[in-house]
Write a protein that binds this ligand. Structure first.
Ligand code: C5P
Length: 232
């Protein structure tokens, strides 16, 4: 899998996302479309961005019964996205059903990655609300192994977990890591951050970068800086 910078297009309308993408003339960044934009603008936004030549990571984090996930993944696959995801907590049966639904007649399918534990979930809440007694890093690795066994291609994880995931699941198992900030940039609400260069060093396969690019004075320059630091 090639290393790449994925730009999180966390906008709430078609107009905003196109105003942003119009700034890019020579480059065609890999873009992440999340729930906000997808629910606001619908599947058509995926087709339109794809038509402009961008690769798309559709970040909808599916979690439902296997049959529903299989059928929904089939719809997403027909949208021709390049990468999509689900919650590993949906269990192996759901993950296997997802792969079945995603796989096209010619055998191709988008990259499928799993969310292990959301970074907003603390160990305390896991224990008190979800009744999961294990340490959070153990849970993350265990869910990554479940995902790999079910045939998924990788996981979304913090850059700090990427190394461990690769050690346990191998280097071909893809790590997609948000929480990236420039050394001289603002951290915002992210708690555990890494620079693109550090993410490269620890072996992340894809970094997901939002505000450091979307809110920059010169988003194209910020994107190019990210690519230069991460891909080299
Ligand atoms: O703006 P920023 O670079 O913080 O954006 C990071 C993106 O990655 C956002 O779309 C955010 O929802 C997503 N993300 C994250 N942390 C996770 C999972 C996803 O920041 N654990």
């Amino acid at each position: 899998m090639g290393k790449d910078v994925i730009v999180a297009c966390d906008f709430s309308s078609k107009e905003e996302v196109f105003a942003f993408l119009d700034k890019f003339q020579d480059e065609k960044p890999f873009v992440k479309i999340g729930m906000e934009l997808f629910y606001a603008a619908g599947p058509e936004i995926v087709r339109e961005i794809k038509k402009r030549g961008h690769k798309i990571f559709l970040d909808l984090k599916l979690h439902d019964i296997p049959n529903t996930v299989m059928k929904s993944m089939k719809v997403l696959s027909n949208l021709d996205v390049d990468m999509t995801n689900l919650h590993a907590a949906g269990t192996s049966a759901m993950m296997e059903a997802a792969i079945k639904g995603l796989t096209r007649e010619d055998g191709t399918r988008p990259i499928l990655i799993a969310v292990t534990q959301l970074t907003s979930t603390s160990e305390e809440r896991m224990r008190d609300e979800l009744l999961i007694d294990q340490p959070i890093d153990r849970v993350v690795i265990h869910y990554a192994m479940n995902a790999q066994k079910a045939g998924l291609d990788g996981v979304v994880c913090s850059p700090l977990e990427a190394k461990k995931v690769h050690e346990i699941c191998g280097n071909k198992f893809v790590t997609v890591t948000p929480g990236v900030r420039f050394a001289d940039g603002e951290v915002g609400d992210q708690v555990r951050v890494m620079t693109p260069a550090q993410a490269k060093e620890i072996g992340s396969d894809y970094i997901v970068v939002g505000r450091p690019i979307t809110q920059a004075d010169d988003p194209v320059a910020a994107y190019k800086r990210c690519v230069a630091e991460f891909v080299g």
